[in-house]
Design a protein. Sequence first.
Length: 168
Amino acid sequence: MIREELQQAINQQIKQEHAAAFIYLGMAGYFESINLSGFAHWCFVQHQEELDHAMRLFRYLLDRGGKVKLEALEAPKCDYASVEAVFEAALKQEQANTASIDDLYEQASKLHDHATISHLQWFVDEQVEEEKIVNEVLSQVQLANGEPQAILYLNDQFRGRQPDASLS
């Protein structure tokens, strides 16, 4: 049986993952509204990955005899000033998610909950990858410097993004 304080913290992280998914969905809607479907596709894939992360935690909590408590989410932003602004927001969101995972890991460590520590290690590693990917996209968008041809090239490239096979 998982301790009450960890149950609450994991439920909070489930909410965080759902909120991240919702944010990426709002970003996808923005890109679709300005006819950048490749960028939208990238965000849809990211949306699904965040949902998969939430479900990993959801299942883990149930496996440990905990209770899932789902809370309402705030409406995500659906309008941005630029492609760059979207990925600046995405990087901040990923950094916030990393901090939240780190806090949860620290709490599990203090409680000597080795099963939770083991489960959370995947999330710690995943967040390194998440931040790296978003940072790379942001760097590419910044290099494009708002040039329509470069943005359209990136849009075309991102249309081919595949979901992370390790989440299945």
